[in-house]
Design a protein around this ligand. Structure first.
Ligand code: 5RP
Length: 237
């Protein structure tokens, strides 16, 4: 089946399959968002069917929830589950210290809430997302519409404190309209280039009023399962 896939899709599938070993009977499981997470959702549903196991799933987006439900996976809210055993999610970029940039699918707010409510986060991705220093992928910033230009000014000051004051910041658009998160907020993308200190930048952005959430995941991921375009599956933990 994987022969029909592009090398990148095959890598995403192989990474998801590697992470599937961490999914066990009775788990409370956070499900990520994106094309790699969609593979995982399909594989979890298949594992439950074939092995007769059951997991309770908390999706990180409406799209993932709809997919999981269509495959018969039982869904719950974080309020119902409390702490999750595991979250498995994709990423847009990762570094050797397991720090991430997420939010390419505009779901990083719910993804971060779910990951931080989990005992463990496993990331599934392909080797093209690996980077020695985060910042090639534009940093997603979910912001309120109210006072957006004031918020952008505060974001600029936070970036400048990290030597990134010249960054281009643009509002994410699709088909001529602003992209909206599941929360109804707008998304900005900050083109940073190499981020000198991702943890310090995350702290600086954490203090910006009007910025609902940024896509830096620092010290949250416990393991990264990824595959290269030749089909070799690898793990960093
Ligand atoms: C969504 C995300 C995704 O995990 C990220 O964009 C990766 O997506 P894909 O697996 O499609 O490459 O952070 O907000």
């Amino acid at each position: 089946m994987t022969n029909a896939l592009s090398p990148q899709d095959r890598a995403k599938y192989l990474a998801s399959r590697a992470a599937l070993a961490d999914v066990t009977d009775g788990m409370k499981l956070g499900l990520g968002t994106g094309s790699t997470a969609a593979w995982l959702v399909k594989l979890v549903a298949e594992k439950c069917r074939i092995h007769g196991i059951s997991v309770t799933c908390v999706p990180t987006s409406e799209a993932t929830g709809a997919l999981a439900q269509s495959l018969g996976l039982p869904l719950a809210t974080l309020e119902e589950t409390g702490t999750l055993d595991l979250t498995i999610d994709g990423t847009d970029e990762f570094d050797p210290a397991l720090n991430l940039i997420k939010g390419g699918g505009a779901a990083h707010l719910r993804e971060k809430i779910v990951a931080l409510s989990s005992r463990r986060m496993v990331v599934i991705t392909d080797a093209t997302k690996e980077s020695p220093q985060l910042g090639s992928f534009p940093l997603p910033l979910e912001v309120l519409d109210f006072g957006m230009s004031a918020t952008v000014g505060h974001i600029r000051r936070a970036l400048a404190s990290q030597g990134l004051g010249d960054a281009k910041i643009e509002q994410r658009m699709k088909n001529g309209a602003p992209v909206r998160t599941d929360e109804g907020n707008a998304v900005l993308d900050a083109h940073l280039g190499a981020i000198p200190d991702p943890a310090a930048l995350a702290s600086a952005l954490d203090g910006v009023t009007g910025l609902v959430e940024h896509g830096l995941f620092i010290g949250i991921a416990g393991k990264i399962c990824f595959a290269d375009l030749e089909g070799n599956a690898l793990t960093i933990d």
